[in-house]
Design a protein around this ligand. Structure first.
Ligand SMILES: Nc1ncnc2c1ncn2[C@@H]1O[C@H](COP(=O)(O)OP(=O)(O)OP(=O)(O)O)[C@@H](O)[C@H]1O
Length: 361
């Protein structure tokens, strides 16, 4: 049985805004799923519909086999954590955490025990009596998390919970979140517009665009094998080259580009002679000096424009022509053995299994 099923879910707001259409998703127990997409694509609306804070206009939401489409939020086995944490500033940490238990009719001893346990788990015990408005962003984030978890939800829904934190703290809390989720085995559904967060944290990513699902896949699939132009552009770490679809079997297809032929995996059903984008992952290419051009499939010639070391990686930028640049990332160790410097002629070779051809538009 799935933990969460969304079947043809759609939302049209009272003012006629079509926020979500035909959303289909099945989430297994203990999965960590991220909704990723630009602002306004319907991520929060979908999350709120799962929580029950928003009515659904079409379709069904099923949690553990039970249709909850018409069940109010407090009777769903879900907890939601909001981007601004929604803490009560003048309440103590312990009272903030216990707030969700008040509606559950527990005795004060039971409530105290549950709050104590969760504070210990999230390293908040020392802050129990402090007022929420006297705390750092990271501490408030942890309290919001504790408040969501204390009610022992079946599914935890997180709406950009790390949005308000600085980059360092974000990384720390991302790690904590991942460990906690593994530990508890709770299903997490997470909304973000940050690619790195979605790809780094989740088991599966749902990429959304204008209220629709563009692609659902593991981070590797989304990153390495985008299915649509939108996903290829949104993920952003691929070099994108325009071309026309050529022949080939369904698996590996050719694309004709102004830099030569490229062979790669194509989305099924791609018609010949239609405009395509060829996406190549920046770290998948092999870079070498090009004494003389020996054109061939999946060989991109250019001149080195820039070479920069970023931590353990070295990023080369090649200029293929006046309007096309190509980023190639190699390990700093490999780069050390390369004599390539700006102005040198170079060739980037792309293994076909790391090249993706998607239809344009
Ligand atoms: N209460 C509302 N009434 C009318 N339209 C709304 C309402 N709430 C959201 N919308 C619209 O629905 C669409 C989806 O909004 P939603 O907040 O779900 O997007 P999002 O992907 O979560 O964006 P963000 O990342 O900015 O939070 C947007 O066009 C938004 O303007």
């Amino acid at each position: 049985m799935y933990d969460l099923e969304l079947i043809g879910v759609g939302k049209t707001y009272a003012d006629g805004t079509l926020a979500v259409s035909d959303f289909d998703l099945r989430v297994g127990r203990g999965e960590f799923v991220a909704f990723l997409g630009p602002s306004g694509c319907g991520k929060s609306t979908t999350l709120r519909m799962i929580a029950g804070f928003e009515t659904i206009s079409r379709g069904d939401i099923i949690i553990k086999g039970r249709n909850v489409s018409d069940v109010p939020p407090e009777r769903r086995p879900t907890s939601m954590i909001f981007q601004n944490y929604a803490l009560f500033p003048h309440m103590s940490v312990a009272d903030n955490i216990g707030f969700g238990l008040d509606v559950k009719g527990l005795s004060s001893a039971e409530k105290k025990a549950k709050v104590g346990r969760i504070m210990e788990m999230l390293d908040l015990t020392a802050l129990a009596g402090k007022k929420a408005d006297r705390l750092s962003g990271g501490q408030r984030q942890r309290i919001a998390l504790a408040r969501g978890l204390v009610v022992e939800p079946h599914i935890l829904l997180l709406d950009e919970p790390l949005g308000a934190l600085d980059a360092n703290l974000r990384r720390v809390i991302q790690n904590e979140l991942k460990l906690l989720q593994k530990d508890l085995g709770i299903t997490f559904v997470f909304v973000t517009h940050a690619q790195s967060e979605a790809l780094g944290l989740s088991d599966r990513v749902v990429v959304m665009n204008r209220g629709r699902v563009e692609q659902i896949g593991t981070p590797q699939e989304i990153y390495g094998a985008p299915c649509t132009e939108f996903v290829a552009r949104f993920i952003g770490s691929n070099a994108l080259i325009e071309g026309m679809a050529g022949g080939g079997a369904e698996g590996l297809r050719l694309a004709r580009t102004r830099f030569g032929e490229m062979r790669g995996r194509a989305t099924p059903g791609l018609a010949e002679n239609t405009p395509v984008l060829v996406a190549v992952a920046a770290e998948a290419m092999r870079l070498s000096a090009a004494c003389e051009a020996a054109p061939g499939t999946n060989r991109l010639y250019g001149s080195v424009e820039d070479r920069r070391v970023v931590g353990a990686l070295c990023r080369f930028t090649l200029r293929l022509d006046a309007s096309q640049m190509l980023d190639v990332v190699v390990s700093t160790d490999d780069a050390r053995a390369m004599t390539l410097t700006p102005g040198d002629a170079a060739v980037a070779e792309c293994p076909p299994e790391r090249v993706t051809i998607v239809a344009r538009g």
